[in-house]
Write a protein that binds this ligand. Structure first.
Ligand code: ADP
Ligand code: MG
Length: 595
């Protein structure tokens, strides 16, 4: 009864707004509706946001034109979700925020999208123009604040110009190297009315761009270099995933038999389970390769800048990128090809197939050395993974997770050890099925990415699951998005690998001793979190229940139960050894100070 009343009340509110909207349309059309119609026209399908003054009517106008609106719990998470949709679909998701603090909370998300080269359109309300400069409510220099994080940032100067700026914002976000666009919408602009027939509502819609093709002489040089290489290697980045080049890159790898390494989000473009994947000998492959074909990946910190000591001093790089500004950024590339990955990979495979170029057979010394290393590393990991002593170590946990989740799941992952170790042990065999902290190393993206991925699955791959593997610290950043998942009935399987801290933590007893040893804020280790937090009990806030696991058997049955649940999220809280660590590394990671 009560719920029925609530639904009819909220329907009545939406209806009355739509009716008043219609009345407005009889006389004219306001900024909210021009914005909604323009976004619809540009093919925008999803908006993630938080409403308040002055964008409540805006969100309803979006819904009334058939755009899906997902209300999040923090604008930062809304910006993360919208950019994940951009990466998954190639069309930007929109993040809608209120003025001042609302827009400022989006900034971290905007930077993350820009650094990852993902398309995103942020739209924020701002204070009425006639309140500017006299202390307006939530008044802030929003266009200026956004500019550093954007390819395009404007305030449309009049309602009539909204369609033009929406088109340009969407096109800017997607064209060339993808990135962020921002549209500032003062309350006066949103409510401003103009005569409908004076608004170019069916303003130009950019069609799909013709893919940038490689210069044939550069393809020939790349083929020449690869065929002469003793130790060739292909590196597949998330640019290849975004380019939807999986078929072409797979065909290239399969037809040449060159070993390949995916970057963290390049996983799945060519299956992790391909016989040519050398992730388990990553360090050695990078260190010894003499020719590297770099497909949609930057030689930044994630690839150790392409420099010594992680790469051979005389390594020759063939760099393929949609953005020529990226060429020769950290080392001089031998061949730099300005091209979309797909036509390049197709042209190269064709060139290498001609008899002139003979590649190394898979019993070459290079392959033998890699296989030997793979065997050694796999043995180490297997030994760890088979050690089921309690409290569990990471490897045992991930072995159980990998064995029990559906193989075509979209895996979202964040945390420190959780993400790093999970990268090797949780496999992807499809492109764009891995979302993680990315180039910017941002914590807090996980639950928001999972919301977006689950929305996408519902619409385009209804049987696919989203598995969100979180460190306990990482989960804390955006954990309240669990309510969003409940509201929209998104069956995300959240797995928290809980070690009571950042990098590592302490067991209950040790933590109690440490905290009673002096002034609490001086003696509590900055890396520690409360021991054995029952995150799974967050499910009880919604009248449901979660899973607490300490053993491999408990993990197995929790995942099996979670897979059966299709109308709400699940939380599986796995208490592991707080001091568990990763396999000793040949090279220190980035800085020398990793704990
Ligand atoms: P990773 O993190 O996987 O190493 P990066 O984000 O560093 O990947 O690099 C991705 C690269 O891919 C960027 O330099 C970007 O310009 C490029 N890129 C994006 N889309 C395409 C495309 N369609 N074709 C070619 N390169 C692309
Ligand atoms: Mg932790």
């Amino acid at each position: 009864m009560f719920i029925g009343r609530l639904i009819s009340t909220s329907r009545a509110t939406i209806r009355s707004i739509h009716i008043s909207t219609k009345l407005n349309q009889a006389m004219g059309i306001d900024g909210n509706n021009i914005l909604a119609e323009s976004l619809k026209k540009q093919g925008i399908e999803y908006v993630f946001g938080i409403v308040g003054i002055p964008v409540i009517e805006t969100s309803m106008a979006f819904q009334s034109v058939g755009i899906k609106y997902v209300g999040m719990r923090n604008e930062q998470a809304a910006a993360y979700a919208a950019q994940a949709i951009g990466y998954l679909t190639g069309k930007p998701g929109v993040c809608l925020a209120v003025s001042g603090p609302g827009l400022l909370h989006c900034i971290g998300g905007m930077a993350n999208a820009q650094v990852n080269c993902w398309p995103l359109l942020v739209i924020a309300g701002s204070c009425p123009e006639d309140h500017e400069g006299i202390g307006g409510f939530q008044e802030w220099l929003q266009v200026e604040s956004s500019r550093l994080y954007c390819k395009y940032a404007v305030r449309p100067p009049s309602p009539k110009l909204i369609p033009l700026h929406v088109e340009r914002a969407v096109r800017s976000a997607c064209a060339g190297r993808p990135g962020v666009a921002y549209l500032d919408m003062p309350a006066t602009l949103l409510m401003g009315e103009v005569e409908e027939d004076k608004v170019p509502l069916d303003y130009y819609t950019a069609g799909p761009l013709t893919l940038a093709h490689p210069a044939p002489e550069l393809v020939a040089r790349a083929a020449e270099l690869l065929s002469k290489a003793q130790r060739p290697l292909v590196v597949v980045g998330k640019g290849a995933a975004y380019a939807r080049a999986e078929h072409a890159v797979r065909a290239l790898v399969d037809s040449t038999g060159i070993p390949f390494l995916p970057t963290p989000m390049g996983k799945g473009v060519v299956p992790d389970e391909s016989q040519y994947c050398v992730s388990t000998a990553r360090t050695q492959a990078l260190l010894q390769a003499d020719v590297i074909l770099l497909l949609g990946a930057r030689l930044n910190w994630m690839l150790h800048f392409g420099q010594q000591p992680r790469f051979a001093p005389d390594v020759k790089v063939i760099q393929v990128d949609i953005s020529p500004e990226e060429f020769h950024n950290s080392i001089k590339s031998e061949v730099a090809v300005h091209s979309d990955i797909k036509p390049f990979a197709e042209a190269l495979a064709q060139k290498l197939a001609s008899k002139k170029f003979s590649l190394q057979p898979n019993n070459s010394p290079w392959w033998q050395a890699l296989k030997e290393k793979q065997k050694k590393n796999t043995e180490f990991v297997e030994a760890q993974a088979n050690n089921k002593s309690q409290p569990l170590n990471y490897y045992a946990v991930f072995k159980a997770v990998q064995a029990n989740i559906p193989k075509d799941s979209i895996i979202v992952s964040e945390g420190a050890n959780t993400m790093d170790i999970g990268r090797g042990m949780l496999l992807n065999n499809q492109a764009r099925h891995r979302l993680d902290a990315g180039t910017f190393g941002t914590m807090g993206v996980g639950p928001a990415f999972a919301v977006a991925a689950a929305m996408w699955c519902r619409d385009y791959a209804p049987n696919k699951r989203v598995v969100c593997v979180e460190g306990d610290s990482a989960f804390g950043f955006s954990g309240m998005e669990i309510e969003t998942m409940f509201r929209y009935k998104l069956p995300v399987i959240i797995i928290i690998v809980n070690n009571n801290g950042i990098y590592s933590g302490f067991d209950k007893e040790t933590m109690t001793d440490i905290q009673s040893s002096g002034e609490i804020a001086q003696c509590t280790p900055p890396t520690a979190l409360t021991s054995e937090v029952r995150y799974e009990k967050m499910m009880e806030m919604f009248g449901s229940s979660g899973h607490l696991c300490r053993t491999v058997e408990e993990i197995e049955s929790a995942i099996k139960a979670a897979i059966q649940v299709t109308d709400r999220p699940s939380i599986i809280n796995i208490l592991i050894n707080p001091q568990a660590n990763r396999k000793p590394q040949t090279f220190n990671w980035l800085t020398e100070s990793k704990l």
